[in-house]
Design a binder for this molecule. Structure first.
Ligand SMILES: Cc1cc2nc3c(=O)[nH]c(=O)nc-3n(C[C@H](O)[C@H](O)[C@H](O)COP(=O)(O)OP(=O)(O)OC[C@H]3O[C@@H](n4cnc5c(N)ncnc54)[C@H](O)[C@@H]3O)c2cc1C
Ligand SMILES: Cc1cc2nc3c(=O)[nH]c(=O)nc-3n(C[C@H](O)[C@H](O)[C@H](O)COP(=O)(O)O)c2cc1C
Length: 546
């Protein structure tokens, strides 16, 4: 019976609750928990699970997938992967090598017994895809799935815990007559937890840039009726709506009845509401364009394009095809914004720092969907949002020093950090590097930083305004100028935080960090790299870049 149920279980065709107690896995004393993470959630779970396993008498080796020795995989017996999904349904960068390895190599995993915990966000069109693919691929390579994949939404703790409890139960159930007793004591995985959606209202929405600036960066304050459960370092997730100026011409061009209702992923809505609030029509991914090409029976080059342009160039055969069009369209993906407030300092509120994204397409200026949506929201508008936890971007103990590199909107979490540290009376020193184009127009939250310098909540502020002199000056140049002091802070235990643009800012900052450690720490390049590695290991070099 065990064999039969294991078979069903391994092909993932039956519900966990049906089988969870009937399969008795052999007693196990060693497992590997390999995590692939971008924002630290999978890592946090891996560490918690390892501690739980230890209590249950099982030694768990915890390893990041980017550190995992791929040659060890065929030797593994019990291998559990905790992996999130990022980008457009992709594995996190740190898991890419592993992901490619299992997809591109035709080896056999005969010994492997495995399970996958997939972290994701149900608001994205491709929910937990990376985890699903790893789960399927390990099976293809011959691995035996001993627990069904558990897909978790952003409030993942409960589902993840239940999954791991069930796993421990399976691993520790001895294959003896005790099986009968075990079977009588079911471990029940409850229904997946749906993430908490807060209903808020805009109370402030102001442009922080002065007249004459090239930028438009808004400080947005949102109040919610509920207590908002977040920590400094977390981000807010929001699903924007499409603008009427885009929806109206689509309705007109398609010649559809805007009031007619349609079904889309468990919801019934009018054609207009679907186009306005649910469907990504702004900039379609290539995979949707490919499906559209099939729908209209035309050759369309693989490209990203807005729905309006698509239907103008390649019209639907008739307006009856609208129902089929809905089926191939995807929901609007959420966007994340670092939270710029602190629950200790701004009770019942979340603050954001949102740059209105402006770009040119064929000589025409366009705005990014969500940043345009948010920066244009008038006061008192209702807004739904959720919290995206970032376990990898947390403040250290109150008495520890922090160095924050946050040019542009990268400054947002550091406003949260300092407000928080002031509110709780933290004693550690703090040093902010801020940068933008011009001192006069782009010094985001200038008066707040100056006040915090006066009160001592902020110890030191170093600014770089790139376009106020003939030669461009960025935060990394200022880091080098203050290299001696910066190195001394790091050598005495400070944590270094970097937030803002991934490219080129965060890579330039990292290069400079290496150079200044080499120069002011009197080290070889290898020693400087080791120093940075140690900062990472001690969770004292933390990045939140996008
Ligand atoms: C963890 C995290 C924290 C973040 N924190 C912040 C923050 O604090 N503040 C902040 O401002 N941002 C932040 N961001 C970035 C933010 O989430 C959004 O990515 C950003 O606001 C742009 O989104 P958008 O919807 O406005 O633009 P989108 O509509 O998503 O467009 C993005 C880009 O896609 C291209 N594009 C879109 N449509 C077209 C088209 N029709 N034709 C050609 N090209 C097109 C353009 O290059 C455009 O710049 C964060 C991101 C992450 C992941
Ligand atoms: C930029 C970005 C893109 C994301 N894309 C997806 C996605 O396509 N599908 C999905 O299910 N989740 C997506 N997520 C949600 C994450 O998988 C989820 O927040 C998860 O808890 C992160 O776990 P980690 O911290 O271990 O990386 C995305 C998150 C971010 C920040």
């Amino acid at each position: 019976m065990n064999g039969y149920l294991s078979g069903l279980l391994s092909n993932g065709t039956i519900q966990q609750t049906e089988v969870e107690v009937a399969v008795a896995a052999p007693s196990v004393n060693k497992i590997t928990i390999a995590y692939g993470t971008e924002t630290g959630n999978s890592k946090k779970l891996a560490v918690t699970f390892a501690a739980k396993a230890k209590k249950a008498g099982i030694t768990a080796k915890v390893v990041s997938l980017d550190q995992y020795r791929l040659n060890d995989l065929p030797k593994e017996e019990y291998f559990f992967s905790l992996i999130s999904t990022h980008g457009e349904g992709e594995p996190p960068a740190a898991a890419r090598k592993f992901y490619d390895h299992i997809h591109n190599n035709g080896f056999k995993l005969e010994k492997l017994k495995y399970g996958v915990l997939a972290l994701g966000d149900t608001s994205y069109p491709l929910f937990c895809t990376a985890g699903e693919q790893v789960d399927a691929q390990l099976e293809k390579l011959g691995g035996q799935r001993i627990i069904p994949i558990q897909k978790c939404d952003v409030d993942y703790e409960h589902d993840a815990d239940s999954w791991f409890d069930l796993l421990l139960h399976r691993l520790s159930a001895p294959p003896t007559i005790n099986e009968v007793a075990v079977a009588a004591a079911p471990v029940v995985i409850k229904k997946s937890v749906v993430k908490k959606i807060y209903n808020g209202s805009i109370v402030t929405n102001i442009n922080l840039n002065d007249r004459g600036s090239n930028k438009q960066t808004h400080h947005i304050e949102i109040v919610a009726n509920d207590e908002i459960d977040y920590l400094p370092g977390d981000a807010l997730g929001v699903v924007p709506e499409n603008v009427a100026a885009l929806v109206d011409p689509i309705v007109e061009l398609l010649g559809i009845d805007r009031h007619k209702t349609y079904h889309f992923r468990h919801e019934q809505m009018t054609a207009y509401d679907l186009l306005k609030k649910k469907l990504n029509i702004f900039f379609l991914p290539e995979r949707v364009v490919a499906k559209y090409a099939q729908l209209v029976g035309q050759d369309i080059p693989p490209t990203k394009i807005g729905l309006l342009d698509l239907i103008k160039i390649y019209p639907l055969k008739n307006n009856n095809q609208f129902g089929q069009l809905i089926e191939i369209l995807e929901p609007i993906a959420p966007r994340l914004y670092s939270i710029a407030s602190s629950p200790e300092a701004h009770s019942g509120e979340v603050h954001l720092t949102v740059a209105r994204d402006r770009f040119k397409v064929n000589d025409e200026w366009k705005y990014g969907l969500c940043s345009d949506f948010l920066t244009c929201l008038p006061s008192e508008t209702a807004i739904d949002f959720y919290i995206h936890r970032n376990s990898q971007f947390r403040l250290p103990d109150d008495d520890k020093d922090i160095i924050m590199i946050g040019p542009g909107t990268g400054v947002a979490p550091f406003r949260s950090f300092i407000a928080h540290r002031e509110a709780i009376g933290a004693t550690g020193k703090s040093w902010l590097f801020f940068g933008d184009q011009h001192f006069v127009t782009d010094f985001l939250y200038q008066t707040e930083w100056q006040n915090w310098l006066e009160t001592g909540a902020l110890t030191q502020l170093t600014v770089a305004f790139s376009r106020d002199q003939s030669q461009k000056v960025y935060v990394q140049h200022k880091m080098m100028q203050h290299g001696q002091q910066l190195y001394e802070w790091l050598a005495s235990g400070a944590s270094l935080y970097v937030c803002g643009a991934k490219h080129p800012m965060s890579t330039d900052v990292e290069d400079t960090l290496m150079q200044l450690i080499e120069k002011f720490g009197n080290k070889t390049i290898e020693e400087a790299a080791q120093f940075v590695e140690q900062l990472r290991d001690e969770e004292r070099y933390l990045k939140d870049v996008y």
